[in-house]
Design a protein around this ligand. Structure first.
Ligand code: SAM
Length: 320
């Protein structure tokens, strides 16, 4: 059984009672991860407001942004505020948890959205679980679910992929591992990499895959561009998007997934496929092999060895 304990009853895991809850939504001796607005400050929950006022300790990714949010909400942060970011989260997890063990309620917030979702928070969750300290969540906005819901693409099965690798080759390789992914995929992206990322998406998934580019969610200039990958690539040339953005890409159809399954074909089968392609489309064997290899990446996203496929294809030719 998981030792993660999200109770808000003020009991420790051993059943020992800590003091009374500070307010109905704030328990002593507990770590609370709280989501903050991703744009529209009115998305702050009542519970977040109560926690900001009443938690003994607020661990914030950026303390200035925390105070700015509190100002906009008209809230006075009651507890001690400390910086808790990517560079110190492992080091700070235990000192914070020591205070929680002594009865404090520690609130963890990131700059926007849900802590731990491409934001700090995971180190304290893991350590709390290891130490048997209750950890719970005051859920709320997160760009993943907002974009997914607005995309119009299937939501029954999806996977969150976070940010794509920055480097072109790594990004391509990573995307190739997703060629057979049948679930809707959600990626975070930045305006300065969106062009290259979209080119790579087009190269790997093809121009006809459906997708949505969701930008500035919950903000005044919220915009959802829906269409095929090719449509979105063209739209970027006409109207380069600014601000924060999420890409939601449809999964492969069952047929595509089978065709793209890296396990499905060995080099000899790829050689046969390339020979058929060369014949049917009047391509040079090398061109056909390059295409077949690009369409059948290995499980780690790298491409099959074209020289070996070429040798096998020539061998088959000679046998014919
Ligand atoms: N913890 C956040 C969450 O739960 O969504 C994510 C933080 S991550 C550092 C920031 C990325 O989230 C942005 O680059 C963008 O891809 C996405 N994002 C955050 N707010 C957004 C918004 N209002 N509209 C579109 N994308 C957003």
């Amino acid at each position: 059984m998981s030792s993660m304990n999200g109770r808000s009853d003020g009991l420790t895991q051993g059943g020992e009672s800590h003091e009374e809850p500070i307010s109905p939504s704030v328990s002593r001796g507990t770590v609370v991860l709280a989501a903050t607005p991703i744009g529209n400050v009115s998305d702050a929950s009542t519970r977040l407001v109560e926690l900001l006022q009443s938690a003994d300790l607020v661990a914030a990714e950026d303390t200035r942004r925390l105070y700015d949010l509190a100002n906009r909400l008209g809230v006075r942060v009651g507890g001690r505020v400390m910086a808790y970011h990517d560079h110190n989260e492992r080091r700070m997890a235990d000192p914070i948890l020591d205070q929680v063990r002594d009865g404090a309620c520690a609130l963890v917030v990131s700059d926007a959205g849900m802590p731990t979702i491409n934001d700090p928070g995971m180190a304290i969750v893991r350590r709390a679980i290891e130490r048997g300290i209750p950890v719970t969540c005051a859920p709320g906005p997160s760009a993943v679910l907002d974009a997914l819901a607005l995309s119009g693409l299937p939501t029954d099965r999806f996977c969150y992929e976070g940010f794509l690798p920055r480097r072109h080759q790594e990004r391509l390789r990573h995307l190739r591992t997703l060629r057979s992914e049948e679930r809707t995929m959600v990626f975070y992206e930045t305006p300065h990499r969106i062009d290259q990322a979209m080119q790579d998406l087009q190269e790997v998934f093809g121009p006809d895959r459906l997708m949505a580019l969701c930008r500035e969610l919950t903000k005044e200039h919220e915009q959802i561009r829906r269409g095929t990958v090719g449509d979105i690539v063209r739209s970027l040339q006409e109207d380069p998007p600014r601000g924060e953005m999420v890409l939601v890409v449809a999964g492969a159809s069952a047929l595509e997934a089978r065709r793209n399954d890296p396990e499905a074909m060995d080099d000899r089968q790829l050689a046969a496929l390339a020979r058929d392609l060369a014949r049917s489309e009047g391509l040079r064997l090398k061109e056909a092999i390059a295409r077949v290899a690009a369409e059948h990446p290995l499980a780690d996203g790298s491409l099959p060895n074209r020289k070996r496929i070429y040798a096998l294809a020539v061998e088959e030719d000679e046998e014919d």
